[in-house]
Design a protein around this ligand. Structure first.
Ligand code: ADP
Ligand code: MG
Length: 444
């Protein structure tokens, strides 16, 4: 369930006037609990407007915004302010602290708005936050007596005083030197990981994107693409469990179908996995079309050749618009995975029986031949046996992918396969993708 959901949201300023401007245009997005997402784009593209919409500080001209199952557009003023105080903590580039109040009173302000009259409890919580962020000894100063980094930590403490689950940060380190900036980024990361806060941060600095689980790229008021951060374990886990749910749903909706038939129905999701494998930086229209093409290729509607040509053909003429070299590379990779997954999915029970082998062993042999052909120039029979054995163990889930790759890398006299590190990386990635595509969702 999404924690934050925007459907077809637009904000138009000065509608109908000569200076009409579309700050935000037809935005659709979902943010899940405990995610750390960033909104990235140039100045003026609508990032702050988007954040203010989520905060309930601005009304959309069109569309709906749902936070924690509540439609915030239909709330009246008092409901909105209660919603804002309890659900949302905001951090700004310019700190937005009141210079007539002490540091501590600034932090306490949202509690006062919430009408909390328990003075002792309020004070205790504020003190804890002051200590957490190393500004306790400055509690009675006014904010401008402190450095930029310290002032931003006051801002962060204020955003946490009501224990709000969502933190919205608008260029929170934009005014800070690099040391204070990285301190604030560390704090945000910890708030996400340890305190389970859902964080939406706006930035125009690409250096910070690595901290996010997902990144929404914005341009001229629109989200042009959404990318999952491959480095983030968090996101991958989520993604798999989402697809697991899809399989279960299918199985429940079609109780009469065999597993093989269900896997055919899963082809769209498999196409998604494979297309994610191939693409790192093309836009969402291309990705969507590529998924369609891969799906057709997997169902045998296109030949290898047709598939290759479509990758190369310009987007306008119905293709993906990759340059020829990339198209060749992608189609070769896709064919390799499809072939591997096809091998795994085949019923080879009888052939295996004839050869007096376990079916999984036969499949391990075939896949190992397939991988050796693609990646390994020279291999002796001892290496080959170990390689096959490891693949078989991975199939049966007797070892994890990490153990598998370590064993490929380890030298021969230590019982490993003694392969080159780079080759090991490629083979592991290939095999895991083959397993994912084969099992759709259920491979862990
Ligand atoms: P960002 O945060 O990405 O720099 P903003 O969300 O602040 O962008 O602004 C997006 C666009 O909307 C800009 O073109 C800006 O000039 C315009 N805009 C923002 N606020 C208003 C307003 N109150 N009235 C008219 N135009 C506005
Ligand atoms: Mg802005």
């Amino acid at each position: 369930m999404a924690l934050i959901e925007l459907k077809n949201v637009s904000v138009v300023y000065n509608k109908g006037l000569i200076n009409q401007s579309n700050a935000v245009l037809d935005i659709n997005l979902k943010i899940y609990p405990e995610e750390y997402v960033m909104i990235f784009g140039p100045s003026g593209c609508g990032k702050s407007t988007l954040l203010n919409l989520i905060a309930g500080l601005e009304d959309p001209t069109e569309g709906t915004i749902t936070i924690d199952d509540m439609n915030i557009n239909t709330m009246d003023h008092s409901q909105i302010s209660k919603f804002h105080c309890t659900k949302i903590g905001m951090i700004f580039q310019s700190y937005n602290l009141l210079s007539s109040l002490t540091v501590k009173d600034n932090i306490l302000l949202p509690q006062v708005f919430l009408g909390n009259r328990d003075f002792k409890k309020r004070k205790k919580r504020a003190d804890a936050l002051l200590k957490k962020f190393g500004i306790f000894e400055h509690a009675n100063k006014i904010p401008t007596e402190l450095s930029g980094g310290q002032q931003q930590r006051i801002g962060i403490a204020r955003s946490l005083i009501n224990d709000q689950p969502i933190i919205l940060a608008d260029e929170p380190v934009g005014n800070l030197d690099s040391k204070s900036a990285s301190n604030v980024l560390d704090i945000l990361k910890e708030l996400n990981e340890k305190n389970k806060k859902t964080i939406v941060m706006v930035t125009h600095n690409p250096d910070y994107l690595e901290h996010a689980h997902r990144i929404f790229y914005m341009k001229d008021g629109r989200i042009t693409r959404a990318i999952a951060n491959r480095k983030s374990k968090h996101y991958k886990k989520k993604d798999i469990s989402k697809k697991e749910i899809e399989f279960d749903l299918l199985a429940r909706s079609f109780p009469g179908l065999s597993e093989a038939q269900l896997h055919t129905l899963m082809i769209p999701f498999k196409a998604k996995i494979l297309s994610e494998y191939l693409l790192t930086s093309v836009n969402s229209d291309q990705i969507q079309r590529l998924e369609e093409f891969i799906k057709n290729r997997m169902m045998g509607k296109y030949s290898k050749y047709e598939f290759r040509i479509l990758l190369d053909r310009s987007f306008r003429k119905g293709g993906i618009g990759l340059d020829e070299r990339t198209a060749i590379k992608y189609s070769r990779e896709a064919e390799r995975i499809i072939e591997g997954a096809g091998l795994l999915q085949k019923d080879l029970k009888n052939t295996a029986k004839g050869l007096n082998l376990e079916e999984s062993k036969l499949k391990a042999k075939l896949i190992s031949r397939h991988l050796i052909r693609s990646y390994i120039k020279k291999i002796d029979s001892q290496q080959k046996n170990r390689f096959e054995h490891l693949i078989n163990m991975r199939f049966k889930n007797e070892i994890e992918s990490e153990t598998f790759s370590k064993a490929l890398d380890a030298p021969l006299d230590e019982g490993g396969v003694g392969l080159d590190k780079r080759v090991v990386k490629k083979i592991t990635r290939d095999l895991e993708t083959v397993l994912l595509v084969k099992f759709g969702t259920r491979a862990e």
